[in-house]
Design a binder for this molecule. Sequence first.
Ligand SMILES: Cc1cc2nc3c(=O)[nH]c(=O)nc-3n(C[C@H](O)[C@H](O)[C@H](O)COP(=O)(O)O)c2cc1C
Length: 204
Amino acid sequence: MSPLDRPLRLVAVLGSVQSSSNTARVVDVVREYLQERDNVIFDVIDPTGLDLRLPGLGSTADARSIQATIKEADGVILTTPEYHGSYSSTIKLIIDNLGFPSALKGKPVALLGVAGGRIGAIKALEHLRSVASHVGSIVLPGPVSVANVRTAFDEDGVLSDAELKGQIQSVADRLIDFINDHIYPAIALEALVRGKMVPEDLLP
Ligand SMILES: Cc1cc2nc3c(=O)[nH]c(=O)nc-3n(C[C@H](O)[C@H](O)[C@H](O)COP(=O)(O)O)c2cc1C
C-alpha cells in the first residue's frame, strides 16, 4: 500500500487508433504483467472513439475525462508508434487535450515506443520525451523501443521473445520503483510534518 492507503494508480496512454494496433499489443504485455499485482490499478486511455478536438476547436467531455484520469494517476506510460520519423499525431492530439497547464505536469512519465523498422522508435521517443518534458512531466530515463514490431507477435498475438517481453515489463517496474523511491517518501514526509500518522515502513 502507498502512504495514501490505496493501490498505486498507473495509466498507459495509447498513441494509436489503428485496428489491430501493435502499440496496443505492447500495452497489453504491460497490462498482463501488472494484473499479477494486487497493489496496482492499471488503466489504459484508448483514444479510439473518444471525442478529442484539434487545439482551438474547444474542449469536450472526453478531454475533461482523460484529464481527470491522468490527474488521479501516480504515474503515466506514454506510448507511441513511430510514424514518419516521429511520434504519432494521435499521441500529440491526446497531449494537446490534457489542458494548459497540462494534467501531465509533475507526473512521473515512462515512454514506450514501437516501430515497424529495425532501428526502432528512437526518433518518436526522443521527440515525445521533448514534449513530455516541456509540459512538465518528470520523464524517466531509459525509454523502451520495440523494433520490427510487426514480426514480434505471432498470429495469435503472443510475444515469445522473453528478453523483449522483459524490456517491455521493465517500463512498469521502473515507473513503480521511481514512485516508491521518490514520490511516496515525499508524501510520507509531508504527512509527518503535518502531524499525520504514517506507517513506520513508509518513512524515508
Ligand atoms: C503513417 C505511418 C508512418 C510510419 N512511419 C514509420 C517510420 O518512420 N519508421 C518505422 O520504423 N515505421 C514506420 N511505420 C510503421 C509503424 O511503426 C508500424 O506499422 C507500427 O506497427 C505502427 O503501430 P500501430 O499498429 O500501433 O499503429 C509507419 C506506419 C504508418 C502507418
